[in-house]
Write a protein that binds this ligand. Structure first.
Ligand code: CU
Length: 501
C-alpha cells in the first residue's frame, strides 16, 4: 500500500504541523538560554577581527537539472556548502549567520569539539537564533574527511533538518599526507524533494549475515502488536530527485580524467534517510579511509556502500578509457539522478553503465588481521527496539526501553573520564541503523558475533536483528550525543546522551 504525498498533505494538514515543530524548537532555545554553562565549554571567541570562515544559512534554489529546481535551506546559497579545508590543530574562527526564521544548529560531524561548538542542542550547544549569528572558535581534529550539517529536529516538517540542503564537506589536512594519488574529488550524495510514503525497500548487502533469533522474535512481536491495534505500515520518506554534488546524473560537468591518473574520491552520503551504493563500471575502488580515518588494510572493492553520514575515501586508478556512469547500483535511484559521468580525455559517446556483480559490504575487509582486543573497562548494552507506527504513523524507537525525550534531554548513560567502554548494540528492529556517536571515534570490535579490530569510525551500520560492538575511550568531558543518523529515527526517540565527568 502506498500513500502519495498529495493524499498525505490533504489528510494531515501540513501547515499546522510545520508551525508546531517550529514552536518546539523555539521553546528549546529559551530553555538553553537559562541553562548553566555546560561542562566542557571553551572560552568564547573574541568578536574583534575577521573570521576565518563565514557560513550563511538561508533559503535558496538548487538547480539539480533544467527541469528540477528545488527551494531548500543551504549554506552560502549553494549545494553542497563550501568545502572547508582546515588544518589539524590550527584554531579557526567561524561566523555562522542564520538568515532563516527557525533556530539552527550546525554540527561539526566527526570532530572532537567542546559541547558549546559541537552543534547539538541536546549537548547544550546554543542555537543560532533566527536572523541572528554566532561566532565560534575551535581547534580542528582529528585529521581527515569530516563534514558539517544541520542538527535540528524535523519530525513531520520535511523542510527542516537533513531533509534540507544544509550539508558541506570538511577536509582537515593531516600533518603528514598519505597515499599515492594525483588529485582529490569530493562527492556529496544527496536526495531532494522528500515526501512521505509507506513503501520501504529492504536492502540486503551487509556481511556477516548472522542474525540473533531473539532480536528477530522481539521485532516480530512488536510488529504483531501494531497490527493488532490496527495501525497501518509506518511512514517512510521517499524522494523525487537524486544528485551528486547538487546535479542529477548527466546534468552537471563530468569528472574529466586522464588514463593513468589516480583519483582519490572522498564520498559522503549526505542523505537524511537512505543508504547508498556507488559503482564505476570497469574500475575498482581502493578504500583507504572510512569516515576519514585511514583503514589498517586498504582493499579493493567493486562497489561502495554508505549508510547516512558515512564517508569512504577510495583511490581509483583510471585505466579503462571511455565515458562511464559512476552511479548508484539501484536502477530507480540512478535513473532519478544518483550518478555522475566520468569522462576520459579524448573520449566521446553515450555514458556507459554496467551493473556490477553481486557484492556484499563488510567492514572487516579493511580491518586489522589480528583481532585480539584488550578487554574494555566497562560494557554498556544498548538494545534498540521499535514501537511500530506508534506516534501518528511514525515508528517510535527506544534504547533499553527509553525513547529520548526532547523536552527533558536527560543523560541515559554516565561515563567516567579516561575509561575505555564497549557499547554492545542489539538491534531488535528490521531496519539497518547507521549509528553515530558525537565527539568521539570508535573502533569496531565485533560485527554479528565476529571479532574485528582496527577500523575507526564515527558512524557504523548496525544490521537488522544483529549485534555489533564498538570500543571508545571517554575522553571528552560533558555530554556526547548518540543517535541513529536517519532523520526519522533520531526524531522519534533513537537518541541517548552520554554524560562524562
Ligand atoms: Cu535508524
Amino acid at each position: 500500500m502506498t500513500l502519495g504525498r498529495r493524499d498525505l498533505f490533504l489528510a494531515g494538514g501540513a501547515m499546522a504541523l510545520t508551525a508546531g515543530a517550529s514552536a518546539l524548537v523555539r521553546a528549546q532555545t529559551m530553555d538553553m538560554n537559562h541553562a548553566p554553562a555546560a561542562a566542557g565549554a571553551a572560552q568564547p571567541p573574541s568578536l574583534a577581527g575577521a573570521a576565518d570562515h563565514t557560513i550563511r544559512i538561508g533559503t535558496g534554489l538548487v538547480e539539480l537539472g533544467p527541469d528540477a529546481i528545488v527551494s531548500t535551506k543551504t549554506y552560502n546559497g549553494q549545494f553542497p556548502g563550501p568545502l572547508l579545508r582546515l588544518t589539524e590543530g590550527r584554531r579557526v574562527v567561524v561566523d555562522i549567520y542564520n538568515d532563516t526564521d527557525t533556530p539552527e544548529q550546525l554540527h561539526w560531524h566527526g570532530q572532537f569539539l567542546p559541547v558549546d561548538v559541537d552543534g547539538a542542542a541536546e549537548e547544550g550547544t546554543p542555537f543560532i537564533p533566527p536572523h541572528g549569528m554566532r561566532r565560534i572558535a575551535f581547534t580542528p581534529g582529528p585529521a581527515g574527511f569530516r563534514f558539517y550539517h544541520t542538527h535540528t529536529r524535523a519530525g513531520r516538517d520535511l523542510s527542516l533538518g537533513l531533509y534540507s540542503g544544509q550539508v558541506g564537506p570538511v577536509y582537515i589536512e593531516p600533518r603528514h599526507e598519505r597515499g599515492a594519488y594525483d588529485r582529490e574529488v569530493f562527492l556529496v550524495l544527496k536526495e531532494f524533494g522528500p515526501y512521505f510514503s509507506r513503501t520501504e525497500m529492504a536492502l540486503d548487502f551487509l556481511d556477516p549475515k548472522a542474525i540473533v533469533p531473539a532480536l528477530h522474535a522481539a521485532s516480530q512481536t512488536a510488529q504483531l502488536a501494531a497490527i493488532k491495534q490496527g495501525l497501518p505500515q509506518a511512514y517512510n520518506v521517499a524522494y523525487d530527485f537524486f544528485s551528486i554534488n547538487g546535479r542529477m546524473l548527466g546534468q552537471g560537468e563530468p569528472i574529466r580524467v586522464k588514463a593513468g591518473e589516480r583519483v582519490l574520491f572522498h564520498v559522503l552520503n549526505a542523505s537524511a534517510s537512505e543508504i547508498r551504493s556507488l559503482a564505476l563500471p570497469g574500475h575498482v575502488f581502493r578504500v583507504v579511509a572510512l569516515d576519514g580515518n585511514p583503514v589498517p588494510m586498504p582493499a579493493e572493492v567493486p562497489v561502495l556502500w554508505l549508510g547516512t553520514a558515512e564517508r569512504v575515501s577510495a583511490i581509483v586508478e583510471m585505466k579503462r578509457p571511455g565515458v562511464w556512469v559512476m552511479g548508484d547500483t539501484i536502477d530507480d535511484d540512478r535513473r532519478l539522478g544518483m550518478g555522475i559521468i566520468v569522462e576520459y580525455a579524448g573520449q566521446k559517446g553515450k555514458p556507459v553503465w554496467r551493473k556490477p556483480l553481486p557484492f556484499r559490504w563488510d567492514y572487516r575487509r579493511f580491518a586489522r588481521p589480528d583481532t585480539h582486543m584488550p578487554p574494555p573497562d566497562e560494557m554498556i548494552v544498548m538494545t534498540i527496539a521499535a514501537r511500530n507506527a506508534a506516534d501518528h504513523g511514525f515508528d517510535v524507537f527506544t534504547i533499553n526501553g527509553v525513547s529520548f525525550d526532547m523536552d527533558k534531554m536527560t543523560a541515559q548513560f554516565r561515563l567516567a573520564r579516561g575509561r575505555r567502554y564497549r557499547l554492545q548494540f542489539r538491534n531488535a528492529t528490521d531496519d539497518i541503523h547507521p549509528v553515530h556517536l558525537h565527539r568521539h571515534t570508535f573502533e569496531l570490535t565485533s560485527i554479528a558475533g565476529q571479532p574485528t579490530a582496527g577500523v575507526m569510525k564515527d558512524v557504523a551500520m548496525l544490521g537488522a536483528f544483529q549485534e555489533m560492538t564498538v570500543d571508545f575511550t571517554a575522553d571528552q568531558p560533558g555530554l556526547s550525543l548518540f543517535h541513529c543518523h536517519m532523520q526519522p529515527h533520531m526524531d522519534y526517540g533513537f537518541m541517548a546522551l552520554f554524560d562524562c565527568a
